[in-house]
Write a new protein. Sequence first.
Length: 171
Amino acid sequence: MSERFKWRIRYYGDDLNYIVLEKKEKLESRCHKKSCKITIDEYNQIVSGDVIDLVFETEKKLIKELAVDMLTQNYKPKVIIDYERIAYVEEITNVRITFDMKISASYELESFLDGNYQSFYLLPSGLNVLEVKFDNILPSHIRNIVESYSFKQSSFSKYYYGRKIIDSYFR
């Protein structure tokens, strides 16, 4: 059984009042996310690796879990992944369709919150990632559209390719 997880920190646009820590877990092809809002101070502690106080002082279980992983497994931030997303949600069946464009990676972790970092594109210009996510059943009208364009189903990890690009530039 294939079980994986990853930690990530996100914010949207320029809104630093809403920074989110996420743990994305995958079991086979099923995905589950846990998340909590974090402060800039908590963010700074996480990025600097100075997380010992977070283990004992925070009431947020997810931050505590990350801090323990950082201390025991030597986890640390590695790469910034940035992209533009257009998302569509079909409310009744919870089908989510996203287009991720201009996917890029940066190693300048200290500049994550100010957005002023050099980045490297992961895909050639004009090539984007389409994701179709659904809970139980993909409605036939959406399946027909996807099948009519002969899209190829594949795995694409923005994190994996981001690390690969950054490593190729800075070995």
